[in-house]
Design a protein. Structure first.
Length: 243
C-alpha cells in the first residue's frame, strides 16, 4: 500500500507518524509501517531533520533514546516555558533535581546509597521521580535484604534530549569549589566501594553488572571521582577520662 511512495510523500508520511507519537520511534518501526526499506527511511529521516533545521522550523527532529521524535526547537525554550508554566505547576523541586542528578551519575543506586550521597533521607523525593516516570527500578543489589536499585528511565533520556547516560555532561563542569569536589569524591567514592563489594546485581533478565547497560558503555564512578581510603580504626584514640 505504501511501498511505492515517492520521496516527497515518504517524508510527509514519516512526519505524520512522528507527530502522533509521544515517544521516540525506531527507524525500523517506521520502515515497517510505511513498507519501505530501512536504509531509505533512515536517509529520509536524516534529510527531514536537516530540512527542519535549515528552514528554521518551530519543531526539530532529533534522534534520541534509540529512536526518532519531534521536539519543539530550543530557540523557543523561554517562550514555551512561559506558556507551559502558566498552566503546569508540576515543576521539579530543587530536591528532586538533586536526587535525579545523583541517580543519573551514580546509577544504579539503592535508596540508602542515594541518602548517603545527599546526607538526608530521600525516599519521598525519589518516589515523586518514580511517579513522574523519570526514575525506574533496575533490579536488586545482591546484599542482605536485596534492596531495590534505581536508575534513570527512557523518559529521562527523552526529556533531557540524551541518547544514553553516556551523553550526560561532565560533572567537573558543575563543581563550584574544591571543598564540594572533595565531599562528592568521598560520598560517591564510598558508595562505589559498597556497590562493587557485592559484585553483580540482579536485574529483570538475570544478573547484570554495575550498570544495567554494561560497564564498558558507561563511565564508572571510580574514573570520575576515585575511591576514598578506608579509615584505619587501629590508629584512632579516644579520650575516656571523666570530665
Amino acid at each position: 500500500m505504501f511501498g511505492n511512495l515517492d520521496e516527497g510523500r515518504l517524508s510527509a508520511a514519516l512526519e505524520a507518524l512522528l507527530f502522533v507519537t509521544d515517544e521516540p520511534v525506531a527507524a525500523s518501526t517506521l520502515a515497517s509501517m510505511v513498507e519501505v526499506e530501512l536504509a531509505r527511511v533512515e536517509q529520509e529521516l536524516t534529510c527531514l531533520a536537516e530540512r527542519f533545521e535549515q528552514e528554521g522550523r518551530g519543531l526539530a527532529l532529533l534522534q534520541v533514546a534509540g529512536g526518532w521524535r519531534l521536539y519543539t526547537h530550543s530557540d523557543f525554550k523561554d517562550l514555551l516555558e512561559k506558556y507551559v508554566l502558566s498552566w503546569d505547576t508540576r515543576r521539579l523541586s530543587e530536591a528532586a533535581l538533586e536526587v535525579l542528578a545523583v541517580v543519573a551519575y551514580g546509577q544504579p543506586l539503592t535508596r540508602a546509597q542515594i541518602a548517603s550521597v545527599r546526607g538526608v533521607n530521600s525516599d519521598s523525593t525519589l518516589n515523586t521521580l518514580i511517579d513522574r516516570g523519570l526514575v525506574r527500578e533496575a533490579g536488586t543489589l545482591d546484599a542482605p535484604g536485596n534492596p531495590t536499585l534505581y536508575a534513570t528511565s527512557r523518559s529521562f533520556l527523552e526529556r533531557f534530549g540524551l541518547g544514553s547516560p553516556k551523553d550526560l555532561p561532565d560533572l567537573a563542569d558543575f563543581a563550584p569549589d574544591e571543598e564540594t569536589v572533595r565531599l562528592i569524591k568521598e560520598r560517591l567514592g564510598a558508595t562505589q566501594v559498597e556497590v562493587r563489594a557485592h559484585g553483580l546485581v540482579k536485574g529483570e533478565h538475570g544478573d547484570l553488572s554495575l550498570f544495567d547497560v554494561g560497564e564498558s558503555e558507561q563511565p564508572s564512578l571510580e574514573s570520575l571521582f576515585g575511591v576514598v581510603d578506608k579509615v584505619d580504626f587501629d590508629e584512632l584514640t579516644f579520650n575516656t577520662d571523666d570530665e
